[in-house]
Design a protein around this ligand. Structure first.
Ligand code: ARG
Length: 481
């Protein structure tokens, strides 16, 4: 068949059948079939895990007598040469061989002959890919945990530095009560810590080994699944072969956790965008994490924060995408699950980048202390402190105290002054029991210092929380250095 004829008739192909499974085929796939079928364009990222899995499988086959020691030695040697070829960029990935598993296996046979062709005994690509992909996701989880801890440490260090710096605390984005900047930053440390807990949960559930489930039903060969599971660092072999080859819950667990973490980063990024705006003017960002405008020379744009704010879009999209792929899939393996990898790779790249950029922004940012302090006291932010004083000193019921304070706020509004600028006699006209002691609670500093309840914003609380996080996080020696 000529090249031209092939183009006119895309349902047949002059290509030979696949060398790995083509025994019953006389012709090769249509060009467009090869294109939709092949995953090598993206699953080559699994090459390390694929070789790792094959090494464990070969060692096991040897131990149970399905490979001789010489054969196993040849396989090990061949796979390590292939690893070098891939690392050096010399390996020729072939679309005709569809995926990473067949690319490596075919190359092995090419290099070492018969022994290479025995490697696939008691194994299918179905349990092979499920194993490789678990190994990949497990490693990604470990990397993201380390990166998240490192961001937490950076936040905690800034929180310690600014444990007493007042800033306005908001509800409804309206000034509510003074808090400290350190307290605000530590709120994100708590969120990220829950993300780590979810990542660890998912890792624990993921850590069962599908290898040995074969195509779907297990195998008649006397394999030792505990041995391969252990060699690959899994807690145990999976219990049901049908489930093992078709389950992608571990990838969904991972993507849902990344979606929540990306949401946290998005919230922090949004705050950074607000704080860096001229209207807030709470912080300045470093040159390293901002850009200029090509038309407005005065501008410094928080692009890095905006991009981190946006990454949730693709990460959550990756989660919903894979969940939709899995919906309605009958047991056991179906090619649909080949669509599991790109969303996982994409989300991993996005969160990795986001965490690194967020850490850089937080490390470099400088608060505008004067401005934050000023605004912390604006908008009658100590009104609750005034009401609390009425409750504590005069034993006025809180609901009544709330009402009295509201009247004082509206008086101050009319006089265009702060609560602390009202005269004692003005106050006594509203509540005769008020004494000059009340002025001691109307400052921002007094308000902050009084918030000593567990988890409250009192600078002493914030300091010890920040110190606790720093010491917890630096005990993990991965972080330092
Ligand atoms: N590339 C495939 C995937 O990622 C490997 C498994 C193929 N198995 C099969 N029976 N065709 O899902």
């Amino acid at each position: 068949m000529t090249h031209k004829k092939n183009e006119n008739n895309p349902s047949s192909s002059s290509k030979p059948a696949n060398t790995q499974w083509g025994g019953r085929f006389s012709g090769g796939p249509a060009a467009i079939m090869a294109e939709i079928n092949a995953s090598i364009g993206f699953d080559q990222q699994l090459w390390r895990q694929d070789i790792q899995g094959s090494l464990a499988h070969a060692a096991m086959l040897c131990k149970v007598g399905l490979l001789t020691e010489e054969e196993e030695e040849e396989i090990r040697h061949g796979l390590s040469q292939i690893a070098h070829e891939i690392e050096a960029g010399h390996f020729e990935f072939s679309e005709a061989l569809e995926d990473i598993h067949m690319n490596i296996e075919a190359r092995l046979a090419e290099k070492i002959g018969e022994a290479g062709k025995r490697l696939h005994t008691a194994r299918s690509r179905n349990d092979q890919v499920a194993t490789d992909f678990r190994l990949w996701v497990r490693q990604a989880i470990d990397g993201i945990i380390a990166q998240t801890e490192s961001l937490m440490l950076t936040l905690a260090r800034q929180a310690l530095a600014y444990h007493a710096l007042p800033m306005p605390g908001f509800t409804h984005l309206q000034v509510a009560q003074p808090v400290t900047f350190g307290h605000h930053l530590l709120a994100y440390v708590e969120m990220l810590n829950r993300d780590i807990s979810r990542l660890k949960d998912g890792r624990r559930r993921l850590n069962e080994c599908p290898l040995g489930s074969a195509a779907l039903a297990g195998t008649s060969f006397p394999i030792d699944r505990k041995m391969t599971a252990q060699a690959l660092g899994f807690d145990r072999p999976s219990a049901n072969s049908l489930d093992a080859v078709s389950d992608r819950d571990f990838a969904l667990d991972y993507l849902s956790t990344l979606s929540i973490e990306a949401m946290h980063l998005s919230r922090l990024a949004e705050e950074i965008v607000q704080w860096a705006s001229a209207a807030f003017n709470f912080i300045s960002l470093s040159d390293g994490f901002t850009t200029g405008s090509s038309i407005m020379p005065q501008k410094r744009n928080p692009d890095a924060a905006e991009l981190v704010r946006a990454k949730i879009g693709r990460i959550m999209g990756d989660f919903v995408g894979l969940l939709t792929v899995m919906k309605g899939l009958p047991l056991a393996y179906a090619k649909d699950t080949q669509e599991d990898k790109e969303p996982v790779f994409d989300a991993t790249r996005a969160i990795t980048l986001s965490l690194a950029v967020m850490e850089g922004m937080i490390r470099d940012l400088k608060p505008n202390e004067k401005r934050m302090r000023e605004l912390a006291g604006a908008g009658f932010s100590t009104a609750t402190d005034l009401a609390d004083w009425l409750v504590r000193v005069l034993r006025v019921p809180f609901r009544t105290a709330h009402h009295i304070t509201g009247t004082l706020v509206s008086l101050a509004e009319k006089k265009n002054c702060d609560l602390a600028e009202l005269s004692l006699s003005d106050m006594q006209k509203v509540e005769p029991g008020i004494t000059s002691d009340i002025f001691s609670v109307l400052t921002v500093e007094a308000s902050l210092a009084s918030r000593t309840s567990e988890g409250g914003t009192a600078p002493q609380n914030v300091k010890s929380q920040a110190e606790r996080w720093i010491s917890t996080l630096t005990q993990n020696k991965n972080l330092e250095g």
